[in-house]
Every structure is written in C-alpha cells, then in structure tokens.
Design a protein around this ligand. Sequence first.
Ligand code: GLA
Length: 390
Amino acid sequence: MSVDTAAAVAERFRELYGAGPEGVWAAPGRVNLIGEHTDYNDGFVMPFALPHTAVAAVSPRADGVLRLHSADIEGDAGGVVEFRVDELAPESDRNWTAYPSGVVWALREAGHPVTGADIHLASTVPAGAGLSSSAALEVVVALALNDLYALGLKGWQLARLCQRAENVYVGAPVGIMDQTASACCEAGHALFLDTRDLSQRQIPFDLAAEGMRLLVVDTQVKHSHSEGEYGKRRAGCEKGAALLGVDALRDVPYDELDAALDRLGDDEEVRRLVRHVVTEDQRVERVVTLLESGRTRAIGPVLTEGHASLRDDFRISCPELDLVVDTALANGALGARMTGGGFGGSAIVLAEAADVEAITKTVEEAFATAGFTTPRVFEAVSAAGARRLS
Ligand code: GLA
C-alpha cells in the first residue's frame, strides 16, 4: 500500500468526518508457508505477510462514540455505522463492523482507556480467500488505537487482543497465527512462531534471489470459520490431547507418535487429527532447518506432504484446492499445498521462476475444464507487517 493510497484514504476520511485523520496505518494479510491448524494446539507456524493490506485512517474521540466506515467491505454506499463504546457486547454484531468494534471492546475490557474513534477502512486483502483479511482489519485498528491512545502495547500483545476480539466478540474460535503474522512479520522474511509462548524467529525468505516464485491461487471458493467445521476440528484436537493426557497436541513428540496413536485405540477420527498436528509441527521444523541451511528448493516436497495430510487426515481440502495442487505438481512445481483454514480459500505453489507461466496457464485450463470458477493467481512476495503510514 503506497503513501499515495494513504493520502487517498485520509482524503476519504475527511469527506466522511469533516476533519482529520490524526494518522493512517496499514496491516497486511498473510499466507502461511507451513504449519496449518497447529496454532490452537500450541504448535509451530510459519506465515509471511503479503503486500495486500487493510488501511485505516483514524482519529480518537473523547465522547464514547465509535464511528466506522469501509470503502470495500460493504461498498461506499454502506455509510457510516455508529456505536457507543460502552454498549459493545460480544456476538451482538454479525457484520464486518464486528472486527473493528471487537478490537475496541477487547482493548476496553483489558482496561485500556479507549473512549471512541472515527475510523475509515480500505482493504486490498481478498476477503474469504484464506489470506487473513479479518486479522488485517483487527490489527490495523488495534495498532492505530495503540498509537493514538499511547497504550504502549507490543505487536504480540496486540495480536492476543485481536484474537480475543475474534474469539469472544465475533465468535470465531481461531488461533493466534493470523493476528501475529499481521502484527509481527517483516519484509523479506517468514515468521517462525511458537504459538505456545509467541516466541519468534524471522527467517530470511527471498525466493526471487534464488530464481523461484511462490504463487497464491485463490480458488474463489469462500470459506467461513464461524460455520462449524473449523470448531469441530479444534474440539477433536482438544479431545485427542485430553485422551493422551497432555496440555496440547504440541506436547506429543514426533518420535512418540505411533505409541500415541496406539493409545487412542479405534477412535479413527481423533487419530487422524492427532497424526496431522504432530506431523505438521515436525514439517515446520524441517522447513526451518532447510531454509536456514540454504536448501530452499527442498522445502517443496515438505509443503506437498502437508497438503496430503490436510486432505487425507485433517479432511479440510476441497476439489478446487486439490486440483491446484495436482495440476501444479504435474507441471513441474517444486511443492504445493492449501494454505489457511481450508474448505476453500487459497493454495500456494512453489515453483522455478521459469515454470510459473506454464503452471498458471495449466491451472486455469484445468479449472475451466472442471467447470470451476476462474481462480485468481498472483505472486506472493514477503512484505512488511503492520505499521503507521502517516
Ligand atoms: C485460520 C485461523 C488460524 C489458523 C489457520 C489454520 O486462518 O485464523 O488461527 O488456525 O486457520 O492454520
């Protein structure tokens, strides 16, 4: 998001609210390289930030009023929506406004003296594509209020508050990956995050320098986390942890997986969930080792293994995602997998730069042949995390 865009968002804010804004902030969407459905199991993830951002122009208010407007989400005609901050209540709002309002609610509930704001939002993060458009909205509002109210919160603390907003206020049982990615990623790096304590390592990730590319293929199949399947997987993982007597599945060591599966007896569904989570944590660690030792191409097969595990064990893929992965691999991709929550959304494809055009074309053709909606394909370059623009 360029400074020009920041100026345009500020201009629109002035048209809507008459004066201001006091500042403009941006927070990105993300793709997850590896580590899927591990975050609510206290495990490892490895997202990186996209250049696509949610941008917020914001001024604080002292009178307890929160006014929200979005250029993209409801369309400009949607108008300004007004709330009283002391009347915000969990699960009272089923619209896009629940994300920014939920952040204000979470900040106030944690004791931060947020007394209102005027907010205008514009986002280039595709919604419902598994690229964390919601987290970007939450984090940009949290960062703006953190600055304007001089709250002094760090990125990981903002991420925790945003997750609480989404879990309790919006009512979606998501983990901590997306909010932390949006708040803490750095350009040119992937974020190796331990979701148990939020300790982080920035891993250099510059595919172009090594002649490779990472494509995002948005299948245009919309997903929604509040719709139940995500929650069912999460509950199944928690059941597995309880049966195994551990706090979280992260505590099942990879080399004790077979013994753990034996102990789960014939509960086939829980066995599959446990197997995915434990092997996925190990895949994240393998990818970190490969990247840190300069063997970037070798991460491809690990990504592909991750897809098979999500498809066969966790059972959250769909025909469109599988078609992207199969077609890309058949046309020379180094690796491919679905990314994000699943049930639609996007896949990522790691490929040699020279193969990108042919892979894109064959994926588009395969979609046309299958009668699927044309996918949106773009190259993902690791971009900056949340920041103030002006
Ligand atoms: C969604 C959630 C994350 C994470 C992923 C799956 O993006 O918001 O917390 O659980 O799904 O890895």
